[in-house]
Design a protein around this ligand. Structure first.
Ligand code: FAD
Length: 371
């Protein structure tokens, strides 16, 4: 039987960040993932600078071999309506490819990797866990995304009574025709909201790659809305006419709307497994990375006592970082949704200070300095 100090199920940004921090403190960490890396992940691939800071990512080094598109402006509006350009004096975000970033972070973590290995069994044996009948460990991290098997093991009713965001996207390498007929600029992603403000569509250009997608609070009519969005972009001449049509979908939970248990004796959930994405923007990579780092700090402080009571500080950390449910429940009020959405989203002040600074860039919140 193999042993390790911590076993992490899932090698996405939450799992790899947790592994990276634990390895820096000398713990023996194994990551198992059902996929072989590099692997595709359904995502727009937009990260804020807070993610770069928390991961101590050397952008110059990373950018030499990977797509790293600095973003300093946005074009925003409402689907079918006018738009507003907002410019910042410097880089406020980056466009990345999940295919590349997740692989890079996982390899950088220094953990022992068992890839192409799904979690098949998880059995409690005293204070130990026996994973897949092969690995014994006192501490398991559930980092398997929305459908995480560890979350299910802890009682999550995945897909049953959970109000999930549903989103679809396509990312493709543009051919020469598409490249020259794409008006979206790399430094200026485009975001257009649905009229009911229950979702938005995006278009992000990263070098030769183009990512187009749409996400909504309710799955009803997503494909139809996505089609309308693509038609809108084509009519405006923003994207080439001949884009591929094999969009891929995924679901995930927003922070404060998920009722998943975050921890138990010898186990913690991080990232999408815990349902932590920002409610206003749907950004999930930052909470995934930050929760992975906070889980690692909690484990180090626990110094081998992985009882539920000792691990409770993890929940306190999440609460301190992401706020209470009431604080995060900042949905646009109904009157705004119905009558003023169009006008507000064409207003430069509102777009910059509320939509971008507050909802998308969280510019009032410092980057996480994980110890
Ligand atoms: C269409 C779309 C667009 C998005 N765009 C953005 C964006 O631009 N920016 C942003 O910040 N967020 C975005 N998000 C959200 C973001 O993708 C997630 O919040 C983020 O990936 C969560 O990271 P994670 O590590 O928790 O989970 P994941 O990235 O989902 O990683 C989970 C890992 O667990 C593995 N796994 C799953 N099941 C098992 C199993 N049974 N056994 C072993 N391993 C398993 C998977 O193979 C995977 O590698 C988007 C989401 C969607 C759906």
């Amino acid at each position: 039987m193999e042993t390790c100090d911590v076993l992490i199920v899932g090698g996405g940004p939450s799992g790899s960040s947790c592994a990276w921090k634990l390895r820096q403190h000398g713990l023996a960490v194994t990551v198992i993932d059902k996929s072989l890396f590099p692997r595709d992940k359904v995502c727009a691939g937009w990260i804020t600078t807070a993610v770069v800071d928390a991961l101590q990512l050397d952008t110059e080094e990373y950018g030499k071999k990977h797509v790293l598109q600095p973003i300093s402006s946005f074009r925003t509006g409402i689907i079918g309506g006018g738009d507003v350009e907002t410019q910042y004096p410097g880089t406020v975000s980056y466009g990345i490819r999940r295919y590349e970033l997740d692989d890079y972070l996982l390899k950088r973590s220094g953990a022992h990797l068992q890839l192409g290995q799904p979690l098949k069994s998880l059995v409690r044996d005293g204070k130990q866990w026996i994973v897949n009948d092969a690995i014994s460990t006192p501490m398991v991290i559930g980092a398997g995304g929305h459908f995480c098997p560890v979350a299910r093991f802890m009682g999550a009713q995945v897909g049953a009574d959970e109000p999930a965001i549903v989103a679809k996207e396509i990312e493709f390498k543009m051919n020469s025709y598409q490249y020259f007929n794409c008006q979206v600029r790399g430094y200026m992603p485009e975001i257009y909201f649905c009229h009911d403000l229950k979702g938005y569509g995006w278009c992000i250009r990263k070098g030769r790659y183009l990512n187009i997608g749409s996400g909504r609070e309710d799955s009803h009519g997503l494909s139809e809305k996505l089609e309308q969005f693509c038609d809108f972009l084509k009519k405006r001449g923003r994207i080439p006419q001949n884009i591929p049509e094999d969009f891929h979908g995924h679901a995930y939970l927003l922070y404060g709307r998920a009722k998943r248990k975050q921890l138990d004796d010898g186990v913690l959930l991080v990232g999408d497994a815990a349902g932590l994405a920002y409610p206003q923007s749907g950004e999930g990579i930052r909470p995934a990375v930050e929760s992975g780092l906070m889980a690692a700090t909690t484990i180090m402080e626990a110094a081998g006592d992985y009882s539920q009571a000792r691990l409770q500080t993890y929940s306190n950390r999440l609460l301190g970082r992401f706020g209470t449910v009431a604080e995060t429940n900042v949905k646009a009020p109904v009157f705004m949704r119905n009558y003023f959405a169009g006008a507000l989203l064409e207003n430069k002040w509102f777009t910059r200070h509320v939509v971008l600074d507050r909802w998308f860039l969280h510019s009032g919140q410092e980057s996480l300095q994980a110890g």
